[in-house]
Write a protein that binds this ligand. Structure first.
Ligand code: G6P
Ligand code: ZN
Length: 610
């Protein structure tokens, strides 16, 4: 699909700026540092850990070494390096650039100010025109985790397809971090002025391009969606929207898409200035650029809701549509006027209405969700007679599925199979890139709204009405997740292994009046590369279709977080308007009894948050 990497041929153009620089490679000796195993989405640790001696260098060198050993053409290759703008982003970019050059890279692509959202980086790796095909990129982000010198930093490598490196690669990187003895760096390579777009040529041999990181992604999205139709929706007098970038990387991008392209007023933008600490502890989100009911406090209040998604106030001046992104803008939250759309429902509703989106006008060839995500998407897939894959948590598992489909090829977008995916963790996206895409999800909803609201003389069809219609057709998967944060790792692991052991005997057992249909530790067999991922969560299904899932979070930077996912299905003719928390309460009681979470873990001062 992608042509092989090409050696950079430096063509001088007027805009190029020659920079003096010494390209001598220095080999520095180092020692392995413990704990550099990438989690669900890259390596995340406290910023100060990353700033410690050789921490970043070890990980970056181990990545280059791993890639070289698997035949990735680094020598003469092109590398993308950018991040979500959190504290230490800019410094890390300079270090990685100097190391990349020392490892043979001949062109480095960097977003202006070091900024590129995660989906934008994926788009740049896959699609940016420029004669060169990057072999991959480093994305510097800890996603929704707070940023700052006392908070989190993160790094991950995305491969040539634009997706996060799969486990085989990250395992190899980890192995190399355990045996590393030296790293390479060009100490005399100049610091690049990443605040100014341009092409810098260093020592007549190495080229660094600094460009607007949103360009390629916006261009790609314009091929997926009908911006004109969305513009008409936004121009309707009875429609208003707000978008909260949560001081993450999405700000400039939101301005470009919503204000410049789609004609929304400037007032539609909230927290649109990227900050190194996403606003910090004293901001309404407490520095958690995480688009959910708990942290997107300002937006949630503006949309007339409380932290449980319940209505507050009359709703009179509440906008019709609200959405938010996380720090690196791959996550999204969708809200209507006093209405919360759960992420599991969101992907199902998009799938059900997919033909409203030009790129998907002929329908989907398939879809996928992570295991803990509710089964709402499965119901749509069944009706549309398309496959619905269930993967472990982590967007990287969708990459193989997307890459494998080649029935339809869209030369404009380099996309093959029309395919969409979603996760309960506020991730939604399609196969235009290989990351979840916060902007895509919002445009998908706006496109659906636009298509149902073409006639301005008719009353607005709302987000709430679209959701209700969906439930009336497919039924409602009542759903709720509890997080137990700050648990000691040992206790959490013991709890999971105890549960795994219990699975063998649970079938047929009756607990608090509910009978267990099946209980298993989820194991994924990738249908494409045949790899097996074990221990991906404990899944217990009851005879009435209700489900309990236990899983350990893979995104923390210290200690453990236990996640408990609860789901109960209600058919279309049933009661669709209850509170999700109330509906799943009996399941929560069973889950707590089974796992001993109340007993053992509550004593550990577990923070319990719905
Ligand atoms: C990241 C990944 C998602 C995944 C999520 C799970 O955001 O990109 O694909 O769903 O982590 O987080 P958790 O904390 O539950 O492991
Ligand atoms: Zn993210």
């Amino acid at each position: 699909k992608h042509s092989p990497n090409v050696t950079v041929v430096l063509k001088r153009k007027a805009a190029e700026k020659a920079l003096a620089g010494d390209l001598t490679v220095t080999t520095e000796s180092t020692e392995p540092i413990d704990g550099q195993k990438p989690g669900t989405s890259g390596l995340r640790k406290k910023t100060k850990v990353f700033m410690g001696k050789n921490y970043l260098e070890n990980f970056v060198q181990s990545t280059f070494t791993s890639l070289k050993s698997t035949g990735v053409p680094i020598e003469g290759g092109t590398l993308v390096v950018s991040g979500d703008g959190r504290y230490y982003n800019k410094e890390a970019i300079q270090v990685i650039t100097k190391m990349a050059v020392a490892n043979g890279v001949k062109a480095v692509w960097i977003g202006k100010d070091g900024l590129m959202s995660t989906p934008a980086a994926s788009a740049v790796i896959r699609c940016r025109e420029g004669g060169f095909v990057p072999f991959g990129g480093f994305i510097l982000s800890a996603s929704h985790n707070p940023g700052g010198i006392d908070e989190d930093f993160g790094i991950k490598f995305n491969c040539e397809n634009g997706g996060s490196a799969i486990e085989k690669v990250t395992d190899l990187i980890y192995q190399n971090t355990q045996s590393i003895k030296e790293y390479k760096i060009c100490k005399g390579f100049p610091n690049i002025d990443i605040s100014t777009c341009g092409t810098y040529v260093v020592g007549d041999k190495v080229r660094v391009d600094v460009f607007d990181g949103t360009e390629d992604h916006v261009g790609l999205l314009q091929k997926v969606f009908d911006f004109e139709a969305i513009k008409k929706l936004i121009a309707r007098k009875d429609f208003s929207m707000v978008y909260d970038s949560m001081n993450g990387v999405q700000g400039p991008y939101a301005r470009k898409v919503f204000v410049d392209e789609l004609g929304a007023p400037e007032s539609a933008l909230m927290n649109a200035i990227p900050k190194e600490d996403f606003g910090g502890k004293d901001s309404p989100s407490h520095g958690h650029a995480d688009p959910n009911l708990t942290y997107a406090v300002e937006l949630v209040a503006k949309m007339g809701l409380n932290k449980l998604g319940e209505r507050i106030g009359s709703g009179d001046s509440v906008p019709d549509f609200g959405a938010a992104a996380d720090g690196d803008a791959d996550r999204n939250m969708i809200l209507g006027k006093q209405w919360f759309v759960s992420p599991s429902d969101s992907v199902a509703i998009i799938a059900a209405n997919i033909s409203c989106i030009p790129f998907f006008k002929d329908g989907l060839n398939g879809c996928a969700r992570s295991m803990p995500t509710s089964g709402a998407l499965d119901l749509v897939a069944k009706k549309k007679k398309i496959p619905c894959f269930v993967t472990p948590t982590g967007w990287k598992f969708f990459g193989n599925l997307m890459d494998s489909g080649d029935e339809k090829y869209f030369p404009d977008t380099e996309c093959y199979t029309p395919f969409i995916c979603g996760e309960e963790s506020f991730g939604t996206g399609g196969n235009h890139v290989r990351e979840k895409d916060g902007m895509w999800a919002v445009l998908a909803w706006l496109q659906i709204l636009a298509s149902k609201n073409k006639d301005e003389s008719k009353p607005l069809v709302t987000v709430e009405a679209i959701t209700m219609d969906h439930w009336k057709t497919y039924g409602r998967n009542y759903y709720c997740r509890y997080d137990y944060e700050g648990v000691a790792s040992e206790g959490a692991n013991t709890m999971m292994s105890n549960l795994k052991e219990k699975c063998g005997t649970l079938k047929g057992e009756e607990i608090k009046g509910m009978k267990v249909e099946s209980a298993e530790s989820f194991e994924y067999h990738d249908p494409v590369d045949k790899s097996v991922s074990s221990n991906q969560g404990i899944k217990i299904i009851f005879t009435d279709g209700s489900r309990i899932v236990f899983r350990l979070s893979g995104t923390g930077s210290a200690g453990a977080t236990i996640r408990l996912y609860l789901e109960k299905y209600e058919k279309p003719s049933g009661n669709l308007a209850l509170s999700q928390f109330e509906v799943v309460k009996p399941l929560a009681a069973i889950a707590l009894e089974m796992s001993d979470l109340t007993g053992k873990h509550r004593k550990l001062h577990v923070l319990r948050k719905p």
